[in-house]
Design a binder for this molecule. Structure first.
Ligand code: ADP
Ligand code: MG
Length: 257
């Protein structure tokens, strides 16, 4: 069973924050959302109102009091979980690009692990769409997003993803991520955010060992500050990984639609 400490019982609880911010339905009313990102979502992607899971997760992950918190989010397939984590991640990455003083080649700040190639490409494409207005107004500050997946030629993929342009956000299937982590861990020394998307499907496809290996390999090279897990179901095997990955205190959100 899942024995978490829901942040709802803490002083910086999800409930408190959401109440203080009052219920917000539309992306354009989100207090802490960067206006270029809001334009990307509203004018670029054509979405006005948030889905239930987005209403709970996005304000929490953007709020100055609770941003950076670990989270476990359970919501059915098709409820908009991708934007629920990608909007806050694009904003975190954009702000860290703005703050950055070094000129080293971009390397992954956020790593998103997805069970299939198709999902990885979809998450990448949504991230690119979210940042379309940033790219238009200041291309040099736009997060660079890439995907690495099994079945693609590694040499070509490596030079696209870690070569000249580099990337700030990497979406990956587990095996291919592990390949790169093992061949050159230092590629990931700036990784601060890790996301497991469709955690139940990751486990269905036999990736439990890869997840443990990714965790271990990343720990050796960087201090991952934030872990997010999204899943349609939280079965005991998902709960076990959540417990190991998320630590003692994290946001737990469960929505019915
Ligand atoms: P999940 O990961 O929960 O299965 P997705 O993130 O794949 O769901 O989203 C399902 C569909 O809903 C996608 O086509 C997505 O573009 C769309 N969608 C996401 N958020 C919204 C929104 N706020 N308004 C309308 N459509 C949305
Ligand atoms: Mg999804």
């Amino acid at each position: 069973a899942l024995s978490h400490t829901p942040l709802a019982t803490r002083s910086y609880s999800a409930d408190t924050v959401l109440l203080e911010q009052e219920e917000v339905n539309s992306f354009s009313d989100l207090r802490d959302l960067n206006s270029l990102i809001a334009s990307g979502v509203v004018s670029g992607m054509g979405y006005t109102n948030m889905t239930e899971v987005q209403k709970k997760v996005i304000p929490f992950l953007l709020s100055p009091e609770t941003r950076g918190s670990n989270s476990l989010v359970q919501a059915k397939t098709g409820t908009g979980k991708t934007l629920a984590f990608m909007i806050p991640i694009v904003q975190e990455v954009y702000e860290s690009i703005l703050r950055s003083k070094h000129n080293h080649r971009p390397s992954p700040i956020a790593v998103i692990i997805a069970p299939t190639r198709e999902l990885a490409y979809q998450i990448r494409d949504e991230s690119v769409a979210i940042s379309s207005y940033i790219r238009e107004s200041s291309p040099e500050h736009a997060p660079i997003v890439r995907a690495v997946v099994g079945g693609v030629n590694k040499r070509t993929e490596f030079s696209n993803v870690f070569g000249k342009s580099g990337c700030h956000i990497l979406v990956a299937t587990p095996g291919r991520l592990l390949d790169y982590l093992r061949s050159d861990p230092s590629l990931f020394k700036y990784t601060r955010i890790k996301v497991y998307d469709e955690a139940d499907r990751l486990l269905d496809q036999g990736f439990a060992r890869d997840i443990a290996s990714i965790d271990k390999a990343l720990k050796a090279v960087t201090n991952v500050e934030q872990v997010l897990m999204f899943s349609a179901t939280v079965r005991p095997d998902v709960a076990a990984i959540a417990q190991r990955e998320l630590g003692k205190e994290y946001l737990f959100v469960k929505t019915s639609k």
